[in-house]
Design a protein around this ligand. Structure first.
Ligand code: AKG
Ligand code: FE2
Length: 310
């Protein structure tokens, strides 16, 4: 008997030239994006705007960064969002640039890591961020248009803060855990992840199966975070994901997350008899502090319901 086939994460082409309002494929792409997010909370965007050269440069830059001495990466106070050396998931290390859309903030981060400067790092990280911001804007606009609430798009984007997260998962020793990062949903509005040639990321489907995907230099995993669920009044659920490491290669990944300044409300157009209002206005940055001050078990989407559910 054939074994049951695993579901696959939807793959959607978002080539830069065709991903513009008015292009022939725009409306069907808007529908595919929304459908994928409603069913899986994520999809793989095939995006041709990041060159192979930049893909190679960014992962070269990540190697240089994580090769720095631990004292440099763990500076106190911790403006670089360092996380690592955790006994529960010892393979994982993370650094972050909090306001990565800003060239000055990117340079500040670089200067903390390389007091004598590293222009190549700043330039590479910033060029990558700018291109992924464009992808994030395309997808967000598609969702707003598909739900008929595009009039809120501009003000929503004005309130977006972009955070760049840089990750390293070291190779696994034979007797060690393979868990790179435990299952969680992101606290963000959106997250876009890009990885080097070493796979490991898995997402959980609605019926509880864990599935991976074939990555490539032009694939970017778009994930809905907890705040997307609030905004969409539960139409789009955040996607649980984890990292499982297999072999003896180092995995690097890079993620661009968005968070919203101020109070974010569910658009009134997304509230009706079938979808009664589920959330009070969300203070997203307040929610991040609430999350950091709460050790709330598996930290799945119940935390945001506790924070701003009606
Ligand atoms: O490394 C990855 O691909 C995933 C990282 C992640 O899920 C996170 O930092 O929230
Ligand atoms: Fe995540």
């Amino acid at each position: 008997m054939a074994s049951p086939r695993l579901p696959k994460i939807p793959i959607i082409d978002l080539y830069k030239e065709e991903s513009k309002p008015g292009a022939t494929s725009w409306l069907s792409a808007c529908q595919s994006v929304c459908h994928a997010l409603e069913e899986y909370g994520c999809f793989v965007a095939v995006y041709d705007n990041v060159s192979l050269e930049l893909h190679n440069q960014i992962f070269g830059a990540l190697k240089d960064l994580f090769d720095l001495p631990t004292e440099t990466k763990t500076q106190d106070p911790n403006p670089t969002e360092y996380l690592g050396q955790r006994p529960q998931f010892p393979l994982y290390e993370r650094l972050g640039i909090v306001n990565a859309a800003s060239w000055e903030e990117t340079q500040k981060f670089t200067h903390l890591m390389w007091p004598n400067g590293n222009h190549h790092f700043s330039k590479t990280a910033h060029s990558f961020t700018k291109l992924i911001m464009e992808l994030n804007q395309i997808v967000t606009r598609m969702v707003f248009e598909n739900y008929g609430v595009e009039k809120y798009y501009d003000s929503h984007m004005e309130d977006a803060i972009y955070r760049l997260r840089l990750h390293k998962y070291r190779e696994v020793d034979d007797k060690e855990t393979q868990l790179g990062l435990p299952a969680h949903t992101d606290k963000s509005f959106t997250t876009i992840l890009h990885e080097n040639h070493v796979p490991g990321l898995e997402i959980q489907t609605k019926d509880g199966q864990w599935i991976g995907f074939d990555s490539s230099p032009s694939s970017f995993l778009f994930l809905a975070g907890d705040a997307f669920m609030v905004w969409s009044n539960d139409r789009i659920r955040p996607c649980p994901h984890r990292v499982i490491m297999g072999g003896n290669q180092v995995r690097y990944s890079i993620g661009l997350q968005t968070h919203q300044k101020g109070l974010m409300c569910v658009p009134e157009e997304l509230v009706d008899e079938e979808h009664p209002l589920q959330y009070k206005p969300l203070d997203h940055l307040g929610f991040l502090n609430f999350h950091h001050s709460n050790d709330y078990g598996p930290k799945m989407d119940s935390l945001i319901k506790a924070y701003c559910g009606v």
